[in-house]
Write a protein that binds this ligand. Sequence first.
Ligand code: FMN
Ligand code: SF4
Length: 646
Amino acid sequence: MAAHFQHLFSPLQIGAVQVKNRIFFSGHDTCLPSSDFVNEALIAYHEARAAGGVGLIVVQVSGVHESARYSSHLLMATDDACISGYAKLAQAVHAHGCKVVGQLFHPGREIMETKDGLQPVSYSASAVPNERFYQMPRPMSVSLIQEVVTGYAEAAMRMQKAGLDGVEVVASHGYLPAQFLSSAVNQRTDQYGADKALFLRQIVAAVREACGPDFALGLRISGDEYDACGLQADEALSAAQALQDELDYISMTAGTSNTYAGAAHIVPPMSVAQDYLQNLASHWKRHLKVPLLVAGRMNQPQKAEMALQAGAMDACGMTRALICDPLMPLKAQGQALDDVRACIACNQACIGHFHKGLPVSCIQYPQSGRELIYGQLTVTKQPRIVHVIGAGPAGMKAALTAAQRGHQVHLYEQTGQLGGQVRLAQLLPHRSEFGGLIGNFERELQRAGVKLHMYQAVSSEQFRQWQQQGDDVLVATGARPFMPVLQAMGDLQVNNAWQVLQGERPSGQHLVVADWRGDWVGLGVAELLAREGYQVTLVTNGLSAGHMLQSYVRDTSVARLYELQVIMIPHFRLFGYDDNTVYGQHTGNDSARTVTHVDGLILCMGHESYDPFADHDDQAVRIGDCLTPRTAEEAILEGLQVGVAI
Ligand SMILES: Cc1cc2nc3c(=O)[nH]c(=O)nc-3n(C[C@H](O)[C@H](O)[C@H](O)COP(=O)(O)O)c2cc1C
Ligand code: SF4
């Protein structure tokens, strides 16, 4: 046992099940299954984490009733046909000494999408509308309630038959059991209204009766939904206390699917402090007898160890930490802490993909969710010399992958620093953790033996020479700010986002930030300037400010702009400016729009490729923004792909 992680790597007893350590992979919908059932991609995904040393895997939510279909990628446990998939998953995970439990799920009114795109009939305790998905649910009849309770028990039995170690009832995030527990949502006048915990008690009793005492039974619940119209913190704790005698563990998290503010706590972005649930967890711990599992923004084994040592929890959910680095537990146990690729809570490829109905992945580690394709990097039998020009995300990942495969790799960077645009991106407010991506790569590049050539711009002659020698040359030179053609009818001061991030400021008070990409840059520059005391108007051609962003990132960011009194104008296509007015057009009908009394215009209009070798008729491969400007996610994935192809 690693002495300095003595809590993290001590076993945990949940009911009759012993878990080898205190790290768990909390339930998360991966969108990997393409039908209702566990498939090979999901098995490979979880097996990679089991092999990496995690103690307990909680498999993503499984619907317990036909009315539980909240997305088009949901696992369903309503038919015996599901058993063989769970069984294969259990076998694969057990082979590594890891335990596995399933999530029993009904969303109630929290229906995100349907397979055919039509509005579903959703059900809840009462006809209280959902804010985020525009659902007006139908109150459940008593017979439907009983049918659903039976569904929980039958789903649990199927998982038990498949060889899982247990199940947890999902009462977190404002889903159906939480809707019954909440006095704001449950307005029934029958026994389920008089006793708000009755529905959940019946579920727990039915599952226990069906599966017996040796099958671990847990409850996932939000310690605080952070929603005035949802389950309140005291209601949640009372329910957990009242039920704990029937349970083997309680898994505490936060947030609700019902509102934008509450949903941000389901997968808290980097603007939320690390370990932010620790105080709440400590409070719960004092009131509970059963083991308390907690998940939310714990991305490093050191933090988890400290939380355990403080007695705030009995096990640490490190979900994105494991999406980002499946080997994190083994690295921690082997005291190779510098090798841990820490999750930066960008939410881009994990929950960001989920919201687009795409398989889970990670921007830093695109192998994640793609284990069947990239799970094992093959070592080359014919090592080659590879020159990678540009040490931004694409170049770093390409160089790393090629080197890990046994090629001799040189990485050239004309500045003295790794990271490319990430260095600027980390300067945006509440985005400093994004810079962690550079540190993670730096260490990996070092370990893989990539030869770094800093302050070295590659000349055309050098470029040609490498090609003539038959070496591989990868161009990853990134992008530069795009300057649109504008009608300049006066002398308004104009800067671009990069200039602002590097410290330049127009003089005066009122600045217009013009945003084309609808991403972090426009929102972040507006926030940065507003915090410095400027009066800021953010005009965007999008439907809303930040409309291209993952919703938890966008909504928390837009809320901050609102507090800072930034005026946000959507549907605004930038057209031009004079001495003190910015002109635009409404994107819906091209009608004229103006912002007056302006002192400066900041352009956040995206980028254009920077490709100094564009004129060469060559075989060089281009990746990332140099190919065409996008985000770090595409850049890193392309780096992986070319690194694998050499
Ligand atoms: C892609 C994704 C999907 C998720 N889906 C679920 C889910 O189906 N059920 C659930 O209880 N939590 C879900 N979560 C929340 C996680 O279980 C976990 O609580 C959250 O990621 C915070 O923990 P972390 O900071 O360690 O990542 C999801 C998280 C992610 C990243
Ligand atoms: S995409 Fe971002 S938030 Fe998600 S696991 Fe990777 S680093 Fe973490």
